[in-house]
Design a protein around this ligand. Structure first.
Ligand code: ZN
Length: 425
């Protein structure tokens, strides 16, 4: 198609601009937690996108989880109307990044461009994807100024900490109502030839075993909560982990190892709290009366949440029956249901066809082991026609010396531009 070639040429002409925009975004350290520089990155994007003919709105998620005067949760939504009615295609990227960690050889917020890559925290996850969607929109607007519907680009807060001050807030306020947005693409780093249809479910909970405090020299006068927890963990090893390993899913989760139910024990604590590093004394001898673990259970579209919770309750009851005096509590912390967009949804078919034209290969369909903002668009926004598609190698996310390849960004920008042309031109 001749219009394909013109779009591809328009992206190629913007290759340096794409790298420069990514670098500019990396240089604004939007660390989360606690949520730094959210206003700065939204102001930067507002100026950039206004210049490209978008009308922009800054939305603060007032009253949302973690929103405060010190660290307000700012979001940006930019919209460019077409010349006639039609669908709205929305690109949603989170603008927050995770902590830097150790082991870097590059400046994490230097935005260095070298070896065909842009380096820095958030380059891959997901400022490269955000920049690719902006450049794709610019190229589309140049080649198809007379288009139907609308193009929207959002940059949202807090994805890395649950998205409550970002996409969840916007979805609650109607920004993802299917009456105003029809197609959503989230440019998370899932490789340029893969379409991510959704993610597994999540249940986080705290399990606490109860005992009775006593002098450590006479443990028989107390009841050790840590030993009770030991019995819980032993029962998990004997029955729960094998059960979870036997539950396989038809969801195309990558990596393969996540194509089953999983459970991680995120933390364990029992007895006296750990002292500050400057404490030079010894611990005191006490029988611990509380022991707590945090569990992170990831579940499948074939499972339901009540069944997932029921397995853990049944296990605790079994331990209780075998241990006189055993008492426990389970507290829910967080839950997300699995989501998976149908393979024949319009946005999936269109992006799939664009991948075939740009990269000359069939797109792979994948599902993410962990959740991302699609959950809010699906559950709160009720919009099902949503995928994640963007440049970058998922394994590099949250690592030291994070980078995104400029060729990969350009290729996925081409896929995004062809998608816009197919849906709106
Ligand atoms: Zn991300």
């Amino acid at each position: 198609m001749e219009s394909d070639a013109r779009l591809i040429a328009a992206i190629d002409a913007r290759r340096d601009a794409l790298a420069a925009l990514t670098s500019d975004l990396v240089r604004i350290p939007t660390l989360n937690p606690p949520g730094r520089n959210y206003r700065e990155i939204c102001d930067f994007l507002a100026a950039y996108l206004s210049g490209a003919g978008f009308s922009v709105e800054l939305v603060r998620a007032e009253g949302a989880l973690a929103d405060s005067e010190k660290h307000p949760r700012w979001n940006l939504v930019a919209r460019r109307e077409g010349t006639r009615p039609g669908d709205c295609v929305h690109f949603n990227s989170h603008h927050d990044v995770v902590e830097v960690g150790h082991g870097w050889t590059k400046d994490p917020f230097g935005g260095e461009i070298s070896e065909g890559k842009v380096w820095g925290r958030g380059a891959c996850d997901m400022k490269g994807g955000l920049a690719a969607s902006i450049i794709a929109a610019e190229a589309f607007l140049e080649i198809h100024p007379d288009f139907a519907g609308a193009v929207e680009i959002s940059a949202t807060a807090d994805e890395e900490s649950g998205g409550f001050g970002g996409v969840a807030y916007l979805a609650e306020k109607g920004w993802f109502d299917p009456a105003r947005v029809q197609h959503v693409i989230i440019p998370e780093p899932l490789n340029k030839d893969r379409i991510c249809l959704g993610h597994r479910g999540v249940w986080w909970a705290e399990i606490e075993t109860h005992g009775r405090i006593a002098h450590g020299s006479m443990p028989f006068l107390g009841d050790c909560a840590v030993r009770h927890m030991g019995a819980v963990l032993a029962e998990m090893e004997a029955t729960l982990f094998p059960l979870l390993g036997s539950k396989r899913t038809a969801m195309p989760v990558v990596p393969e190892g996540a194509r089953q139910s999983t459970l991680n024990i995120n933390a364990i604590h029992g007895g006296e709290p750990e002292q500050d590093p400057d404490y030079t004394g010894l611990p005191a001898p006490c029988v611990p009366d509380r022991c707590r673990i945090t569990i992170d259970r990831r579940f499948l579209i074939e499972e339901d949440l009540a069944e997932v919770k029921g397995e853990v309750t049944a296990l605790m009851e079994k331990v209780k029956a075998a241990r006189p005096g055993f008492a426990y509590e389970i507290r829910d912390l967080f839950e997300v249901l699995p989501v998976m967009t149908e393979e024949d949804a319009p946005v999936v078919r269109t992006v799939g066809a664009a991948i075939a034209r740009v990269l000359d290969r069939q797109a792979d369909f994948v599902v993410s082991p962990g959740t991302y903002d699609q959950k809010h668009i699906d559950r709160i926004g009720r919009l099902k026609n949503c995928i994640a598609y963007g440049p970058g190698i998922l394994d590099l996310a949250h690592q030291p010396d994070e980078w995104v390849g400029i060729d990969d960004m350009a290729d996925s920008a081409k896929v995004m531009a062809l998608t816009l042309a197919e849906l709106l031109a």
